[in-house]
Design a protein around this ligand. Sequence first.
Ligand SMILES: [Zn+2]
Ligand SMILES: [Zn+2]
Length: 170
Amino acid sequence: MINSKKRDLTVFFDPKISLDEINTIAEEISCTYGIQIIEKSELSIISSALNKSRNQYNGQILLNYLIENKKQRFFLWIVKDDLYIPFRNFVFGLATKNYGAVLTFHRLVSINMKIKESIHECGHIYGLNHCKNNCVMQYSSSFNEAMNKPLKLCQKCQQSLVSSIDTLQD
Ligand SMILES: [Zn+2]
Ligand SMILES: [Zn+2]
């Protein structure tokens, strides 16, 4: 679907996550978005993102670390620890369109859910918004919502993926 090499993705992952799982997820992302995974690199979570009183990591700090400090573009960083953002109890992940996303396996119990949320966050990277159809881009604020949504993009999202690619900035 996406032809430009510039959109190819780097996957960073916590060294405690099995490479088998990462390979499976990378394959699914690659098929869904028609892009290559250029690199899979171990990357431990950074302690400066830890909020000690909540015992959770601030997802926005993790995202900014790669975008601003490391100048990364088109990345998915998969971690194991619980994430939050201000005013939310927890998040499965968060993304900045055109840059990258952070996802945690903390609350995802099956490989199926891990694949789904990975595809979801990558959808945001490539310009997709939340979708009300029977679609992997459904917003999920709870475990049940994440579990029940499908693994695939609906047709509308597949189409908007094609047009959103044109608007991605170089
Ligand atoms: Zn989302
Ligand atoms: Zn959709």
